[in-house]
Design a protein around this ligand. Structure first.
Ligand code: ADP
Ligand code: MG
Length: 451
């Protein structure tokens, strides 16, 4: 219960107004610890309520120790603009009954206007690293008074190539500050640098492995032959499934554009979210989706990062995500805060191995589903008979005629296991800070765009 957390009355009033009564496990554990002033490393799955877990103890601390002449007291760094908006909105809601102010500093908005926001001296700044680093370079802000630094979705910032900026920012912050790092996983090798350089004797809280199955999400696969078959399956599902809001993922931008056109043609109220949209277009689409003016959103992974729309109850993977972590992030968009959801993935013969690897990674086998009248030819790989054959046998049953292309290759298993969940290429940063490519475009280059 929130009332048992010894939070300031103004904050309890706000949580009650928001309808928060029970704390989520990460809030239950992280809030009291953060209130002691310790540095924390926290991993908990998407949708588990991490935002309140770092905002509430920070706001509490500021209410207990007023510092009217202080500069910025808390800085929250997040990977995407969308997420920054959501965090600042939550902060405003929690601070409603206080005089504390928050500000958002993200790319794509007027630099001079942002400078004027600093002069108002907000207690909390929520920002994406690229733009904030530019402000620090330009001398428009300093964080010498900072009391709490929060790195939210640190794994995503790492994957998006933003860590250099993050480290530059953390170096310029008050060394006496408290640092709270949140991540879906703490096992990311690249995080070690950030942890060593930004945190002091942190306490680790591993709430639940990010691999834990989302028990309230039904996870299904439908076998598909090709794109044409997938189009038919998608149209059928959008017409016949029961849902409030559906989020459809593709791996490529062109595919997202094509599908949103096709689904609109088939009388769906569909919109599209992909990395090329301007901030204004993006806000417009998100607004339509939030207000239920459209109920289908077709998105690429990068564009969908940080989406927090409460009542998404159907996620469709038109393309299988490229790794286990992306799968977890995609399905985490549904079933938030214990709502029920369904995730349906289309799997062609080319995606079979990926599906199997993701199942191993999340330790959960998908439920197989077929749709009457739309069953394809691909039924999964044929059974391999191992009866007494040695692994070294050249004549493998599954490949002797060369016609069994759908068969998963057992010989690659070890490598599969090692690499699943990891990015395919090291993240590297572009000198210019501007690149047209994002990982979801070509599948290989990490996004390097400043946000
Ligand atoms: P995470 O950052 O872990 O992915 P969020 O902080 O975005 O999760 O929270 C997910 C959703 O759950 C948000 O809509 C949030 O308002 C809601 N939520 C968080 N904590 C609670 C709570 N204790 N009671 C009810 N809803 C909550
Ligand atoms: Mg979050």
């Amino acid at each position: 219960m929130f009332s048992e957390l010894a939070l300031h009355d103004c904050l309890l009033k706000a949580t009650t107004k928001l309808g928060y009564t029970k704390t989520t496990p990460v809030q239950q554990k992280a809030i009291p610890l953060a209130m002691t002033g310790k540095d924390l490393l926290v991993s908990a799955k998407t949708g588990s309520g991490k935002t309140a877990a770092f905002l509430l103890p920070s706001l509490h601390r500021f209410l207990e120790n007023p510092a009217p002449n202080s500069g910025t007291r808390a800085l929250v760094l997040v990977p995407t603009r969308e997420l920054a908006r959501q965090v600042v909105k939550q902060c405003e809601q929690f601070a409603e009954f206080t005089t504390m102010k928050s500000a958002i500093i993200i790319g794509g908005e007027d630099f001079k206007f942002q400078k004027s926001m600093f002069r108002k001296n907000p207690e909390v700044i929520v920002s994406t690293p690229g733009r904030l680093a530019e402000h620090i370079d330009a001398g428009s802000i300093d964080f010498h008074d900072l009391e709490v630094l929060i790195l939210d979705e640190a794994d995503r910032m790492l994957e998006m190539g933003l860590i250099e900026d993050v480290l530059r920012i953390t170096k310029s912050c008050n060394p006496q500050r408290q640092t709270l790092l949140f991540s879906a996983t703490l096992k990311h090798q690249g995080l070690n640098d950030v942890i060593h350089q930004s945190l002091k004797n942190p306490e680790s809280l591993v709430l639940d492995s990010h691999k834990d199955k989302h028990s309230q999400i039904q996870q299904q696969v439908i076998l598909a032959d090709d794109y044409d078959h997938k189009d038919k399956l998608l149209a059928w599902l959008l017409e016949h499934e029961t849902y409030n809001k559906a989020l459809v993922f593709t791996n490529k931008k062109v595919q997202a554009s094509r599908l949103s056109g096709l689904m609109r043609y088939k009388n769906n109220r569909a919109g599209m979210l992909q990395g090329d949209l301007s901030q204004e277009e993006r806000n417009h689409v998100m607004g339509l989706f939030r207000n239920q003016q459209i109920d289908v959103l077709i998105a690429t992974d990068v564009a969908a990062r940080g989406i927090d729309v409460d009542d998404i109850d159907l996620v469709i993977n038109y393309d299988m995500p490229r790794n286990g972590d992306d799968y977890i992030h995609r399905i985490g968009r549904t079933g938030r805060a214990d709502n029920e959801g369904r995730a349906i993935s289309f799997v062609t013969s080319f995606e079979w191995n990926l599906k199997a690897a993701i199942e191993r990674y999340i330790r959960h086998n998908f439920e197989k589903r077929t749709i009457d009248g739309l069953a394809g030819h691909f039924k999964g790989p044929k059974k391999v008979k191992n009866s007494g054959k040695k692994a070294s046998d050249k004549k493998r049953i599954d490949s002797k005629d060369g016609d069994n292309k759908d068969e998963p290759k057992n010989k690659n298993r070890r490598r599969d296991r090692k690499n699943i969940g990891k990015r395919r290429t090291p993240t590297e940063k572009s000198g210019s800070g501007k690149t047209a490519h994002t990982r979801s475009d070509d599948g290989f280059s990490p996004p390097k765009k400043r946000v």
